[in-house]
Design a protein around this ligand. Structure first.
Ligand code: GLN
Ligand code: ZN
Length: 755
């Protein structure tokens, strides 16, 4: 048995690529220096994989920004607006990724989207009517040659034509039929050139095959690959899939002339059944994804070996593979100096996963008597201290009623109207105010032990005072404290919950040069102390207006952390929900009567196949949210906030969250969502953001009045809240102050008109 890796983290063990790219983009280093740093990193990564005797090492998994963009660029799918900039090729590429504003013009970036069910984001290629698909770049060839010069013969990897077709966007009149032949020829050119350079294998990544496929999709896929495989020549083609199973096209795939098929046996829950049911073509090699490319946990060899043995029942030639690219995990556990060894022993990041592949290969050759196997078996038999009896007991005691808030919506709505006596079209914000240099410096100083807790808190109190004064001055109705104590909406809560662990260096690329460091859910979660009560109480004491408490919801906590795999996601989410519930009740006890529970990342783990949405996700995610607020008094008002307005298709689930008010991003989506809300008779009051906080632009009073008026054409004034579309932490002072002031003024003008 041999081993393979789909892709390796390119950002560098200490995020060297990120920092070098940022320096280059700021004009602090020359392009040649950036290219040199990139080349060194590629070398380091290939050599590392070679040292672990990986048999099929990828090239072209490197990227300065994103592999989908690389592929579009390679095939000259470059919209006219970037061509017109007349930049050198790397700068043109960066212009597509980030937009360009300078001597040569002013253009926006390509759109960015979530990459399948990960927190990585790709750039959406745009096909305009001027497109001429042909071979443009040389990156894939150069990198293959570069590795070859080091004595490492790689398998170049490229995003496949079917997936590219599914992800790209047509901005003119062309449709996919118009570009299909050129696209196929483009790929054939790439294949031919790689073949001439001496490549034996080429990996084409087709993760889009794990979606629900229609007959038309399958026909398209077949058409593309029949042509490619008929004309590819002697080079071998590996069709690589990941993030799920390929139940809709397994037989089609078998019948095509691929030399290798890559299946994910971690997330592809039906792949094993497909092998059993339809067998395998013994002329092909199966690249079996058995080492999880997404999680950070040590591989349990007993389970994996048993999985491989099951695969062997149907397949003769197996290569042990990662389940997806390793860009979704941090670089190496070696970089964690603060984490205790007993925890570290449980982790496996990218570098450690290479070792696992190697060890599994050895075990499959020598047998289970090998110390690799024996030691691993013993390790997983040791008790690991993740369980908290009290938490378990609470979960076991949960009853149906715990998930239902009473009295029902309309009854408590009237009670709340009586209590708060808010004006019609109440105004508020989403929680955070600008995180200035000073705010961050204060947190850093406290964290580093340079200042004591009192000094730290005093600074925050000062900020809160300033902002309460401003909010009162402009006459907002529901105020917030501003979140100056929070670095991040998940990390802040995680740090104050038992069961979480934090890494120093567990960075994962999110998009471009942006990396995130998700906290790790290690064990049963519980709240050990109040998280937000002090600041909320402090703030409420400063004003007669209601102050909104601000919490992160359980589903977002889960989705932006590395979850456990020894218990279900559903159970972990319930634990998180109970912990946050404690906080909700504590806030309520302390007189905070409006509480917002943010679910910014609710959609993140929505299954890729629509038919699994309900049973595999929403059926537990939504009840977990309800559990958080089900026990509050009728006169406590529960708000929720979600970042994307993309919930046309899960509108019922949003309603089932049973919040009293929900705010979301709407300023950029033509208010189409409001039609959906009306169609389903949405009962929850709503705050569709009235301006876009992602840009420093200040909306004028007139403009905001127009927005409000158009909203009121569709929505009853009694249900509408007025707020920006997200938190203001990324904004600067001037635009924040001006925009909020205009927002309140516009609202008042509209109120007068309504009366
Ligand atoms: N309350 C958070 C804030 O205002 C919400 C952030 C978010 O939606 N991502 O920053
Ligand atoms: Zn948001």
């Amino acid at each position: 048995m041999k081993t393979a890796v789909i892709g390796y983290p390119r950002i560098g063990s200490n995020r060297e690529l990120k920092f070098a790219t940022e320096r280059y983009l700021k004009g602090q280093i020359e392009q040649s220096e950036l290219l040199q740093i990139a080349q060194n990193l590629r070398k380091e990564h290939w050599v590392e994989q070679d040292n672990q005797k990986i048999d099929y090492i990828s090239s072209n998994d490197f990227s300065f920004y994103d592999n989908v963009l690389d592929t579009a660029y390679l095939l000259n799918i470059i919209p006219k607006r970037y061509q017109e900039l007349q930049l050198n090729s790397l700068d043109q590429y960066f212009a597509m990724a980030r937009g360009y504003q300078g001597e040569n013009g002013d253009v926006k970036a390509l759109a960015m989207k979530k990459w399948f069910n990960t927190n990585y984001h790709y750039l959406v290629p745009e096909v305009d009517d001027q497109v001429e698909i042909s071979l443009n770049g040389t990156k894939i060839f150069d990198e293959f040659q570069e590795a070859l010069d080091l004595g490492i013969k790689t398998k170049p990897v490229i995003v496949g034509p079917y997936t590219l077709m599914k992800l790209l966007r047509f901005t003119g009149t062309l449709t996919y039929q118009d570009i299909l032949d050129d696209l196929i020829n483009g790929y054939l050119e790439v294949i031919k050139k790689l073949r001439n350079l001496g490549a034996s294998w080429i990996e084409v990544d087709e993760p889009a095959l794990v979606f629900d496929l229609s007959d038309k999709d399958i026909i398209l896929f077949k058409e593309i690959y029949t042509k490619i495989l008929d004309n590819k020549g002697s080079v071998k083609i590996l069709l690589q899939t990941y993030f799920g199973d390929i139940r809709d096209c397994y037989q089609t795939v078998l019948n095509l002339d691929f030399d290798g098929i890559g299946l994910d046996f971690i997330e592809g829950k039906e792949n094993l059944t497909l092998l059993d049911r339809y067998g395998f073509d013994q002329n092909k090699i199966l690249f079996a994804g058995v080492v999880n490319g997404k999680n950070i946990w040590k591989n349990e060899y007993e389970k994996t070996v048993s999985l491989i043995e099951k695969i062997k029942n149907n397949v003769n030639k197996i290569v042990l593979n990662t389940s997806c690219s390793l860009i979704h995990v941090p670089y190496t556990i070696e970089n964690e100096r603060n984490l205790e060894q007993i925890y570290k022993n449980n982790f496996s990041f990218a570098q450690e996963k290479l070792k696992e592949l190697f060890q599994l290969k050895v075990i499959m050759r020598i047998g289970k008597g090998h110390s690799y196997y024996v030691d691993n078996l013993a390790f997983f038999k040791e008790p690991n201290n993740r369980t908290n009896e009290a938490v378990q007991a609470r979960i076991a005691a949960l009853k149906k009623e715990d998930f239902i808030r009473l009295p029902e919506f309309e009854v408590r709505r009237q009670i709340q109207k009586e209590k708060f006596k808010l004006p019609i079209l109440p105004t508020t914000t989403i929680g955070s105010f600008p995180q200035t240099k000073e705010v961050r410096a204060n947190r850093r100083a406290y964290r580093n032990g340079d200042i004591d807790e009192q000094t730290y808190a005093e600074f925050n109190h000062q900020m809160i005072k300033e902002w309460i004064k401003y909010q009162e001055e402009i006459d907002l109705d529901v105020l917030v404290h501003g979140e100056f104590e929070r670095n991040d909406m998940v990390e802040y809560f995680g740090e104050n919950l038992d069961g979480y662990l934090f890494t120093e260096n567990g960075w994962v690329q999110s998009y471009g040069t942006r990396c995130v460091k998700p906290p790790v859910i290690w064990g049963d979660i519980s709240r050990v102390r109040p998280l937000t009560v002090d600041y909320a109480v402090y703030t409420q004491a400063l004003t007669k207006k209601p102050v909104k408490g601000m919490l992160t919801g359980p589903v977002t906590m889960l989705n932006w952390s590395f979850p456990r795999i020894d218990i279900s996601l559903a159970e972990t989410t319930l634990q998180l929900a109970l912990a946050i519930k404690d906080e909700v009740l504590d806030l309520e006890d302390h007189g905070i009567k409006i509480i917002q529970i943010d679910e910014a990342a609710l959609r993140e783990k929505l299954p890729l196949r629509k038919r699994d949405w309900q049973s595999e996700y929403l059926d537990w995610a939504i009840p977990a949210y309800r559990l958080v607020h089900s026990s509050v008094q009728a006169d406590t008002q529960i708000h929720s906030h979600m970042c994307y307005s993309e919930f046309d298709d899960i509108i019922q689930a949003i309603e089932d969250m049973d919040s009293d008010v929900i705010s979301f991003e709407a300023s950029r989506s033509d208010l189409t969502l409001i039609d959906t809300l009306n169609r389903v008779n949405f009962k929850t009051e709503i705050g569709p953001g009235v301006y876009d906080i992602h840009s420093p632009r200040i909306p004028s009073v007139e403009e905001l009045e127009r927005v409000l008026t158009s909203m009121l054409e569709k929505l009853s004034a009694s249900k509408l809240w007025i707020n920006p579309d997200c938190g203001l932490k990324t904004r600067a002072y001037p635009e924040t102050l001006a925009s909020l002031k205009n927002m309140v003024e516009a609202t008042k003008n509209i109120r007068t008109k309504l009366q």
